[in-house]
Design a protein around this ligand. Structure first.
Ligand code: NAP
Length: 235
């Protein structure tokens, strides 16, 4: 299936901000590879969203902690499309509000990094050859102001460190991929009322809009930045 529409991949897109990001990209006419840990979850979300958007939503199983699965999906996307235009590393776990860095279980920290940092990192590595074949490649790491060193405070140790590291990775990739024209940015969606964010946050369409902004930047757009609602945040 070749397409002239932008081909976008969103991880953790069966619920929350990822699902809404997939919807908004499909509303712009993108062909969206809607990825979820379980195939049935991806299929359900794609089927629910498809009737109301002009773009195409294609469900795929993707657990970002499964290196072989990530590589296999990259091969599948290569065979089907020959390129990827937008990668949104959205999947994340463990907003560990009840924990403290002084005595948090380091196995829990490692598990959190495995998804929030290494999951995004290995997915980026696997899809870079396909992004390089895009005319307008974009890579968005969905981060959090919890990872801002400027505003870093105690608590949420695993999550905060994982997002600070994801921000560092964003800078590394942006610099290394400058010559390949790939715009790489980190986006904080803000406090959003999802399963992770809990009640009281802003609606999910608001959080996803900032992600979609970074996913659809013009060629003259920024790279190596940290943004919320399209505005720079302190690292
Ligand atoms: P959420 O509702 O908890 O959804 C998280 C998504 O990530 C789910 O689809 C989940 O899949 C998926 N996921 C977890 N581990 C995965 C793995 N190993 N492989 C693939 N997918 C995996 O979270 P959210 O609020 O939408 O958050 C989305 C992003 O925004 C995250 O990066 C989060 O850190 C960031 N963020 C959120 C807020 C907020 O207030 N909500 C604020 C700042 C930043 P399952 O359904 O299979 O668990």
């Amino acid at each position: 299936m070749s397409t002239t529409a932008p081909v976008s991949l969103v991880t953790g897109a069966n619920r929350g901000i990822g699902r809404e990001t997939a919807r908004q990209l499909a509303a712009l006419g993108h062909t969206v590879l809607l990825c979820a840990r379980r195939a049935a979850d991806a299929e359900r979300a794609a089927a629910e969203l498809a009737p109301d958007v002009p773009g195409t939503l294609l469900p795929y199983r993707l657990d970002v902690t499964d290196a072989e699965g990530v590589d296999a999906l990259a091969r599948t996307v290569d065979a089907r499309f020959g390129r990827l235009d937008v990668l949104v590393n959205n999947a994340a776990v463990n907003y560990d509000t009840g924990r403290r860095a002084t005595h948090v279980d380091l196995d829990e920290v490692a598990r959190t990094l495995e998804t929030n940092l290494f999951g995004a990192w290995r997915t980026a590595q696997a899809f870079l050859p396909l992004l390089r074949r895009s005319a307008h490649p974009r890579l968005v790491n969905v981060s959090s102001e919890s990872g801002s060193l400027t505003h870093m405070s105690g608590g949420t140790p695993a999550y905060g460190v994982s997002k600070a590291a994801l921000n560092a990775l964003t800078r590394k990739l942006a610099d290394e991929l400058h010559g390949d024209r790939i715009l790489v940015n980190a986006v904080c969606p803000g406090w959003i009322a999802t399963d992770m964010g809990g009640p009281g946050g802003a609606p999910v369409d608001r959080g996803a809009a900032g992600v979609v902004w970074a996913a659809t930047l013009p060629d003259s757009g920024p790279t190596g930045g940290f943004f919320r609602d399209g505005k720079p945040l302190d690292w």
